[in-house]
Each structure stands twice: as structure tokens, then as C-alpha cells.
Design a protein. Structure first.
Length: 409
């Protein structure tokens, strides 16, 4: 899981849970949400033990000069963070509570005490790895399926990312001087809302946070102008905030009615300049939806930058983003699917080319043959060779294999 950076407004982990209807030793209709509730409950029963173990692990990452006030805040922070992890695991991203105030208070105390930010973040990373091991252990004992476990680990990754973002932002905010201009106050206010806090003071945004939202991020000179043109065309309120020293704009289109992503994408095809990258989140409602849509756009921007693709929608890359941020899923997909392909004749070049065409044509043999300029029997023979390579029918693992190829791309 990495810092900064979780289709539609549905929590993507529900998709992973739906795929796991066949489970080891569990009833066929057992839902992913039930698995999450079970694991959250098992986690809570181990809180006393986990707090002790975390204290030992975290205290081992020392930092000279730590003051008593900061050290005294750590036990409460561990308790609140564990509760937050269990809550997000059980409730999912859409209903996730705000990051606990105890976590934010400790981040401010760390900054005031001169504790280096990298030390703070290493402590969280160590704790996250430990909790991941605990979840794997509990999932095995509860006989959670591998597909549901992937969803659980994705939720853990989302939780960890939110904690890191909130802690980092709170730390940096405490170490920098307070803003003095209206624009700076406005920027700080928006960043505070994104971090899950309710900032003190009132700032006039000219935008209704209780309404419907579509989050976007525009990167490159001319990006803000493109989003302004988009807001005018779609007759929506616009809220923007620029990243410091970078031509990157956080943007939201708002209104009293839901705005789907498709009309925005269609308009952007005409409006967006070639030199601008635009990432589009999914529709959201209220303050929580405002935050989530922005986080989705941020994730989509990372893919747009990798691909140098002009417009990217989060729903189209949601699973890929989750896997890229999940070291276990990333490494496992490579070993399970990419490495065997490399052992095929010519290093797997032909079979990978065939598979990409096959998936691009929605697994249609005739269309795949036409795309490759070969006959249908050739495509069938290649698919048969792939099935022999993996020892099972392609339909049994096609989705994971397609994801692995996208990961490689």
C-alpha cells in the first residue's frame, strides 16, 4: 500500500466479494460484506493483544528527542487507529468514518516535537504490514475465499492510504506558517476538508458541498480553462484549487442533481487540449461523496500520467489501481500469470499479442482473428496452447489474466 495517490460509486471491494461466491467450507450465498463483518469482529476481539504488539513494533523505530507529550499520545492513537481499521473493513469506503481525531492530534504533536515525518510514516507502514499479517491469519481461520480476501486487502489498502494522507497533511500543516491571504486560507480550508477534518473558521467557497459532485483533476497548462469550459457546457457550479508550484488543478462540478461521468467525458473529448491530462472520478453526493470522487480522480491521474492518456475515468481503471497499490496482488499476478507466459515459445510474444486482441474484442474468436489478420483455427490453437500452459480452461482465469496483462502494460 502506498501513500497518495480507491467503477461507479460502488465500493470496488464489493465486486471482489461478489466474485467469491464459491468458498472453502462456507455457504454458497455468504456475502463479501458478511466476510468483512466477521473479520472486523475477529480483529476487535484481539485489540488488547494487538495494541501490545504494535507498541513493541512501533517503539522499535526510535527518534531522538521525542517529548513526553507526544509519547503519551501514542497509546490512544493506537487504540483509535485499530478501531478505525475495523470500522472501515466492516462498513466499506462509502460509509467509512472520518479519520480519528486522536490520529490527527498525534501528527501535530509529532511536528511540534521535531519527530521526522519519515519516522512517523515508517511507524504506520510497520503497523500496516503487521495488521495485514493478522488479517491473513484470521481470514484463513474463518475460511474466507481467496477472491474475498483480495477485496479485504483492498479495503485495508484504502484505509492505510487515508491514514497516511491525513497524517502527512496534518504534519505538514503544523510545520508551515499559517496562511495570510484569502486564496491561501481557501486552499487550506479545502485541503482540510479533503483530509477528513472540519477546519476551524468559515471560508466562502461559492459551492454547495451538500449537493451532487463529480471530481476531476486537470494537469498541464490550460487545464483550468478546459474545466471551466466544461462546467459552462454542462451548466454546473465549479470549485477549483491549484496544487502549489504545479499546473495541476483539483476540480469539482456540482449541482442539485446527479451528474454522470459520461456527459463530462464526451464533452472533454472536444474541449480538452492535447497537452492536458484530465482524470475523472465517479459521481458522489454530500461531503463524503465530494471527497471520494476527488480521491478517485487522483487515482485515475496516476494512470493517465503513466499512459500519457488525455482523459481517464476511474471506473475504467479501478481494479488496476487497487492492484498497483497492493504489493501482494501485484506480485502474485506477475508470478501466477506473466511469468508462465514468458516461458512460452518466443518468450510469449505471440500468445500475449493474441490475448490482448482476444480481450479487446470481448473474447470473440472471429473478431480476434480479424484483428490479428489470421484465421479462426489459428486463434483457437493459440488459446488451446495457453490452456495447456496453465493446465485449465481459459474461462476459469481469463479475468485475472487480463488484469495481469493490463498491469504489465
Amino acid at each position: 500500500m502506498s501513500r497518495r495517490g480507491s467503477r461507479s460509486t460502488t465500493d470496488p471491494t464489493h465486486v471482489a466479494g461478489a466474485a467469491g461466491s464459491s468458498r472453502r467450507g462456507s455457504t454458497p450465498d455468504k456475502s463479501f460484506d458478511e466476510d468483512c463483518t466477521t473479520l472486523a469482529s475477529r480483529l476487535r476481539t484481539r485489540f488488547p493483544e494487538l495494541r501490545t504488539s504494535l507498541a513493541t513494533l512501533v517503539d522499535g523505530i526510535s527518534n531522538p528527542g521525542e517529548v513526553a507529550e507526544y509519547l503519551d499520545s501514542l497509546p490512544a492513537t493506537r487504540t483509535e487507529a485499530l478501531g478505525y481499521i475495523a470500522d472501515v473493513l466492516e462498513l466499506g469506503e462509502r460509509r467509512a468514518p472520518a479519520v480519528p481525531q486522536a490520529v490527527l492530534v498525534t501528527a501535530r504533536l509529532a511536528a511540534r516535537s521535531g519527530v521526522a515525518l519519515d519516522v512517523v510514516l515508517r511507524r504506520y507502514s510497520t503497523a500496516n504490514a503487521f495488521i495485514g499479517d493478522v488479517l491473513l491469519e484470521e481470514a484463513e481461520q474463518a475460511e474466507v475465499s481467496s477472491s474475498a480476501l483480495r477485496g479485504v486487502l483492498q479495503r485495508q489498502a484504502t484505509t492505510f492510504e487515508r491514514l497516511l494522507e491525513a497524517v502527512s497533511d496534518e504534519y505538514v500543516r503544523e510545520t508551515t506558517s499559517r496562511p495570510i491571504t484569502t486564496g491561501a486560507w481557501r486552499h487550506e480550508y479545502i485541503q482540510g476538508l479533503l483530509a477528513g477534518r472540519l477546519p476551524s473558521g468559515e471560508v466562502e467557497l461559492g459551492y454547495d458541498l451538500d449537493g451532487h459532485h463529480l471530481g476531476l483533476i486537470a494537469s498541464g497548462e490550460g487545464g483550468r480553462e478546459a474545466i471551466r469550459a466544461l462546467a459552462k457546457r454542462l451548466d454546473r457550479r465549479l470549485l477549483t484549487g491549484r496544487h502549489k508550484a504545479e499546473p495541476i488543478w483539483d476540480c469539482w462540478l456540482g449541482g442539485r442533481t446527479r451528474l454522470e461521468a459520461e456527459p463530462a467525458l464526451q464533452a472533454l473529448d472536444e474541449i480538452a487540449p492535447d497537452q492536458v491530462l484530465i482524470a475523472v472520478g465517479e459521481p458522489g453526493e454530500g461531503l463524503a461523496g465530494w471527497r471520494l470522487s476527488h480521491r478517485q480522480a487522483k487515482a485515475a491521474l496516476s494512470i493517465a500520467e503513466r499512459r500519457e492518456q488525455r482523459v481517464v475515468r476511474y471506473a475504467d481503471i479501478a481494479v488496476l489501481v487497487s492492484i498497483l497499490r497492493d504489493d501482494l496482488g501485484n506480485t502474485s499476478l506477475r508470478k501466477l500469470y506473466l511469468e508462465p507466459l514468458e516461458n512460452a515459445r518466443d518468450g510469449g510474444r505471440v500468445v500475449r499479442e493474441t490475448l490482448r486482441a482476444y480481450f479487446a474484442t470481448e473474447r470473440n474468436i472471429t473478431s480476434t482473428a480479424a484483428a490479428l489478420g489470421v484465421d479462426r483455427s489459428t486463434v483457437k490453437n493459440r488459446i488451446r496452447s495457453i490452456e495447456e500452459l496453465f493446465g485449465r480452461p481459459l474461462c476459469d482465469f481469463a479475468t485475472d489474466l487480463e488484469t495481469a496483462l493490463r498491469l504489465a502494460d
